[in-house]
Design a protein around this ligand. Sequence first.
Ligand SMILES: Nc1ncnc2c1ncn2[C@@H]1O[C@H](COP(=O)(O)OP(=O)(O)OP(=O)(O)O)[C@@H](O)[C@H]1O
Ligand SMILES: [Mg+2]
Length: 372
Amino acid sequence: MAATKQQVLDSLAKIAGPDGSPLTSSGKLSDVMVNDGKVFFSITVDAAAVQAWESVRARAEAAVRAIPGVESAMVALTAERNASAQPSGAGSPRAAGPAARGAPSPIGVPGVAAIIAVASGKGGVGKSTTAVNLALGLRDLGLKVGILDADIYGPSLPKLLAIRERPQTLGGTRLKPITRYGLTVMSIGFLIDEETPMIWRGPMVISALTQMLREVEWGALDVMVVDMPPGTGDAQLTMAQQVPLKGAVIVSTPQDLALIDARRGIAMFRKVNVPVLGIIENMSYFLCPQCGTRSDIFSHGGARHEAERLGVPFLGEVPLHMEIREKSDSGLPVVATVPDGPLAAIYRDIAAKVRDEIKGATRVAPNIVIEA
Ligand SMILES: Nc1ncnc2c1ncn2[C@@H]1O[C@H](COP(=O)(O)OP(=O)(O)OP(=O)(O)O)[C@@H](O)[C@H]1O
Ligand SMILES: [Mg+2]
């Protein structure tokens, strides 16, 4: 039988904080989410007290894992910096996950050669679909590839890769990612029910992300593709800062409005010195599934012009095609399941360009900032 929230709270009441009082009455515990054997919560403490709390976090996690019916537990320790101590960052809480704590810039993930973000300024432009097929295209080039779903608010990988199983824990602390189509995969959606609306506070987002980077046994990877949440707000900016990115790929549709958002996305990455590897135009033109005829139903080519204007590489065009949507939405990504078709070839071409851009990418000088 699955564990209940009350059982989790009862076990946390037996864990003492550094001052000896129970964790449950410390005022530092977030809401505890319990869903079908998966437990997630965070402990938010003052930045100066993080070290004293790390063992409390570890004991809390171990206690929850020991409850019968708990299959996985993720306990994040997050630090909120005093607003007066950090005036420029007011309103954008920073995280201090176990590895990021105290580090002024993000450090790499051991064994992972390059981490790239797939991002868009705007939602619904096909970012997750592109991230999955790009990862598969990179796999087809002979690379060892992982994919991390950083879209904490709306994780897509469980659906796009039809993953129902949960990651197992290794040695009680680290999570073993799921393997699908040769990709190493991790998503917060594996730990929390996709249908459960989640209210994430700033520090929880970052620490969940930090844990998925640092406490997952990724193994040796040539490339890790990170599917970022849409938008260019504080949360995305902090994520772009916290993940040791080698570069970012921007997905846009051709319409002017989407391009304005894409420009914001590029500006955001440049602001945090992450090289923009290029732009992909998704839903670029319509490819008739029956006759293969191409029609430019939107103002096709907008992203290419925008890339030229902003001086970033143009990585390719993906057509609007029923097969992409149908396959994607049923967990059978087109590059993996129709590898000999024209759509897979398009994604592989884009992957080859991305691979070349990764090779040439170096972090840019901090003063190159373009305004959106
Ligand atoms: N090239 C394409 N042709 C047809 N359908 C597509 C294409 N790309 C994506 N889609 C479809 O568009 C929808 C949105 O795609 P997706 O979830 O990848 O977007 P997203 O940018 O990640 O969205 P969100 O901002 O919600 O994370 C999905 O139903 C997907 O199957
Ligand atoms: Mg998405």
